[in-house]
Design a protein around this ligand. Structure first.
Ligand code: ATP
Length: 435
């Protein structure tokens, strides 16, 4: 059973995962700030993605391209002409909706009236601004709506400098902006969000094989990080749904509290983008195949995931309410690699001796993991608070610790407790908290 949407939103706000942006001014719709726990979770998700894509592979390298690019990039990519959604406005209540996302394309979900929509018109989703002090048409630039184009425009730079040979990939994590008509469902659809994209350049006749391989690899990534397999599925695009650039596409979908929705798109983009940039820039972006002694335009298989959306899905998936010895507890069963705080160090009481030892223990672990020290309230309440934010291990310093130099380590999921010598604590935890 998926967690209840309101419960997750409330937990996020209450515990400091996500706040409404500009909250003290009444909030900016569809923009969110990640609080102390949220930023750790988001960073861990991105770190795990980077690790699996870049660090663990010798055929993929990283990139961090600019948010602002030449407007020509977006002409070449097709975004200026066709990165749009069909917009209708209700004549009765003036609400605007994206037609393709409406349950009933004739009925306004805001006021309930039927037959009140204007004709659909295409609304371009790119944010526009001006570069420099003059607000003229020539100085118009766009905030990037995807990170992918920065990768295509750097294809030759990266190939040459990193001496890459086909097949190879370029990976990037960064902010993207889309002026969504109907943002919503908390951080699921926002106008500013983060993407994790990887473009895999390959010989054309191998693209189908790599497409299948990447679908499998990306599934494995979500499941390795603990996502419930039954909450993941594939939605292949039919021939009539394919984007103009794609030969094959699959959405990896997650069972959100409101239903199945996209987490990531995996596409065979063919040679569309490199061809488009060659045509518009006049630069040669072909690849020389030494063995066959011929030039060709590589095909691209891309995996395009949302970092913020995926973080939200991990949070939902980890949320668990369970009964323990007749008491209910909330526990975020996050994989330890994703958990915002890895270890909480808790003195049994506020007695200065205990607090001093607690701080010493905490300091000895800080260079490895995100640590929290909590001295307030009863130990039971502190355990519950750590369970609720997904902390895998609580280390308790009690009066005996001062004599025997041992501490109690409590496991979040099993709640089993181990007595461990302080001197062995770091190596004990190292086995349980992989990178
Ligand atoms: P949708 O159909 O939901 O608008 P899309 O198919 O246009 O999304 P892509 O262009 O494939 O999305 O983007 C890749 C990924 O980026 C998505 O799977 C999603 O995780 C993320 N993403 C896209 N738009 C948003 C958004 N407005 N807010 C948060 N994440 C987004």
């Amino acid at each position: 059973m998926p967690a209840d949407f309101d419960t997750i939103v409330n937990l996020s706000k209450k515990r400091g995962f996500v706040f409404q942006a500009s909250e003290i001014y009444g909030g900016l719709r569809s923009a969110y700030d990640y609080g102390p726990l949220g930023v750790e979770l988001l960073r861990n998700v991105k770190e795990q993605w980077w690790r699996s894509m870049v660090r663990m592979r010798d055929d993929i390298v990283g990139l961090d391209s600019a948010i602002l690019q030449s407007p020509e990039v977006w002409v070449a990519s097709g975004h200026v002409a066709s990165f749009s959604d069909p917009l209708v406005e209700c004549r009765e209540c003036n609400a605007r909706h994206r037609v393709d996302k409406l349950k009933d394309s004739n009925k306004c979900p805001t006021c309930g009236n039927s037959g009140t929509f204007t004709e659909p018109k295409e609304f371009n989703l790119m944010f526009k601004t001006h570069m420099g002090p003059v607000e003229s048409e020539e100085n118009k630039v766009y905030l990037r709506p995807e990170t992918a184009q920065g990768i295509f425009t750097n294809f030759e730079n990266v190939r040459r400098t990193a001496r890459m040979k086909l097949p190879f990939g370029i990976a990037q994590i960064g902010k993207s902006f889309r002026n969504e008509i109907t943002p919503g469902q908390f951080v699921f659809r926002t106008r500013e969000f983060e993407q994790m994209e990887m473009q895999y350049f390959c010989y054309p006749d191998t693209a189908d094989r790599y497409f299948d391989e990447w679908v499998e690899a990306r599934d494995a990534w979500y499941m390795d990080l603990g996502m419930t397999p039954e909450n993941l599925r594939h939605a292949p695009h039919g021939a009539d749904e394919l984007a103009h650039y794609a030969a094959a596409a699959i959405d990896v979908e997650y069972r959100f509290p409101w239903g199945w929705d996209e987490l990531e798109g995996i596409h065979n983009r063919t040679d569309f983008d490199l061809n488009a940039h060659m045509e518009h820039s006049g630069e040669d972006l072909t690849y020389f195949n030494q063995e066959a002694n011929e030039r060709l335009v590589p095909y691209v298989v891309e995996t395009a995931a949302g970092a913020t959306r995926t973080t939200f899905a991990f949070l939902i998936d980890a949320y668990t309410e369970e009964e323990v010895n007749g008491e209910s507890r909330v526990v975020l069963k996050l994989d330890p690699r994703l958990a915002p705080v890895k270890v909480a160090v808790l003195p049994l009481s506020k007695k200065p001796d205990l607090v001093a030892t607690t701080n010493k223990v905490a300091d000895s672990l800080r260079d490895r993991w995100q640590i929290e020290v909590d001295v307030t309230q009863s130990i039971g309440r502190r355990y519950r608070r750590q369970d609720e934010i997904g902390t895998p291990y609580c280390v308790t310093v009690d009066f005996e610790s001062l004599e025997d130099h041992q501490v109690t380590v409590r496991d979040r999921d099993t709640m089993a407790q181990d007595r461990i010598a302080i001197d062995n604590l770091a190596s004990y935890l190292e086995d349980k908290l992989p990178l």
